[in-house]
Design a protein around this ligand. Structure first.
Ligand code: ATP
Length: 447
């Protein structure tokens, strides 16, 4: 299982507790730090980026009122009001738990804890902490913290943004289609942030980066003993999104037998973990994305038709960057500002010629490629003048070593589209083809 990139801080005066909590949580999170003395918390937090704190309530022998924990919680809140704090106590009086929650604790764990519960609580706290950080960035208009440039001059993209605003508050399943790097993740997050679920987890599951053998266990979770390595009960990623949004990326990679299981989950809103017959009711909103042609996958029986119609209640085609020529300059300047600040080169600017050069490139890697191009250029430029380092143009003449006619045809079509900045009529005329013939070829080469 891949660990989540998150830093957890555990504060307890009992070394055994620190040890066992650390060993357990280390399985799931990239960094787990321990402090045995609460007086070191503030210094630690000012020096480290932490995503969640697990805090004991009783530090002094003979003082088991829980007041120590409440005191340190307030200190942490003063420094980092959004940081989730989970309180732990061996003395689980309900009133104390209620007081802690009222005072801003994100959860309450009784010692000795149930490992699975501890994980679930910390994991949720981490998701909420990230959400808070992202929301803060979102609200901040400064380029330093604002992550995305969502304004658009392109009518195609404007239509997508309008649809997002309309569909976000509903629970409709959304399917985002588009090439790599067009911003599907960014838009999925936007859908979540504009929904009523915005303060609940947004769980991104990238089926392109998980190994197929892990799909079922990671998505649906498992019961202890369900298979050889299942040493404990495990809530899958979908379950961890309870009340929030699941973003299933690269859905075209889901094998057929799991497509059936997913379909049943979407229809019945019930999930059973691997090795478990009991069904759990689940309240999540689904967003899906792929760069694959799912309709084609359906006709080739690689993707279930009924699942396709279930997930595409609202289907949005995210335009390629080469079809958003109006936005290239704005996005390039947005990235330039970001990297000027990051690499402390405030004098760099894009003049008209450079902007033209950016606009006439075809950007097969879309916004991600533009982002990297500007970052690379800023890093390698002098203090005063930007030198644009364009990506290696894949269809440049030097790559024409393959004399296969189909390969040549694809290169010529790409060149014509680039020359005419994606204008199909002009490109078709230049190539001596009808628009329909050009469209057919573009479809064939998936351009
Ligand atoms: N509107 C935007 N403003 C600024 N940056 C953006 C925008 N849209 C996308 N990006 C950046 O472009 C890159 C690709 O975006 P994202 O990951 O959302 O694309 P994707 O379509 O999900 O890609 P893939 O299919 O490869 O997973 C990211 O670094 C993202 O931050």
């Amino acid at each position: 299982m891949r660990k989540k990139e998150a830093h957890i801080l555990i504060v307890d005066d009992d070394e055994d507790i620190l040890f066992s909590a650390r060993v357990w949580l280390k399985k799931f999170f990239s960094e787990v730090s321990c402090l045995s003395q609460p007086k070191n918390i503030i210094k630690f937090l000012t020096e480290h980026q932490v995503d969640a704190v697990l805090l004991d309530m009783n530090f002094r022998k003979g003082f088991e009122s829980g007041q120590d924990g409440l005191y340190w919680m307030q200190e942490i809140k003063m420094l980092e009001p959004q940081l989730p704090i989970i309180l732990m106590t061996a003395y689980g009086e309900v009133e104390l738990a209620v007081e802690a929650l009222k005072n801003g604790a994100s959860d309450f764990i009784l010692k000795p804890w149930n490992n699975e519960k501890l994980y679930a609580s910390v994991n949720l706290a981490v998701d909420i902490s990230r959400k808070n950080k992202k929301l803060n960035q979102w609200e901040n208009v400064s380029v330093k913290t604002n992550q995305y440039q969502l304004k658009t001059q392109s009518s195609e993209m404007q239509e997508v943004m309008d649809q997002i605003t309309k569909v976000a508050p509903t629970d409709a399943n959304v399917l985002l289609l588009g090439e790599n790097g067009t911003g599907k993740y960014v838009l999925a997050e936007r859908l979540h942030e504009l929904s009523e679920r915005k303060n609940q987890p947004f769980v991104h599951i990238d089926l392109g980066s998980l190994s197929e053998s892990l799909f079922e266990a990671e998505l649906f979770g498992y019961k202890k003993g369900a298979f050889t390595d299942a040493q404990h009960d495990y809530a899958g990623k979908i379950e961890n999104a309870e009340n929030g949004t699941v973003f299933l990326d690269e859905i075209g990679n889901l094998p057929l037998h799991l497509q059936t299981k997913l379909l049943s989950l979407i229809q019945n809103r019930k999930l059973s973990r691997l090795g478990e017959s009991k069904e759990r009711l689940l309240d999540v909103r689904f967003i899906f994305a792929t760069n694959e042609n799912l309709k084609k996958a359906v006709t080739e029986n690689r993707f279930r038709k009924d699942l396709y119609y279930r997930i595409n209640t609202v289907e949005m085609q995210i335009p390629n960057l080469r079809n958003r020529l109006e936005d290239i300059s704005t996005l390039a300047n947005y990235f330039l500002e970001k990297y000027k600040q990051k690499y402390q080169k405030p004098l760099l600017n894009l003049n008209e010629n450079l902007t033209e050069e950016l606009i006439s490139y075809s950007w097969p890697g879309n916004i991600r490629e533009l982002d990297h191009c500007i970052e690379r250029s800023v890093i390698l430029s002098s203090e005063n003048t930007i030198k644009l380092l364009m990506p290696q143009d894949e269809d440049s003449d030097k790559t024409i070593t393959n004399l296969n006619i189909e390969a040549m045809e694809e290169i010529l079509i790409k060149k014509a589209l680039k020359k005419h900045r994606g204008n199909i009529s002009l490109a078709a005329e230049d190539l001596g083809l009808s628009r329909a013939a050009l469209y057919r070829r573009m479809e064939k080469f998936e351009l």
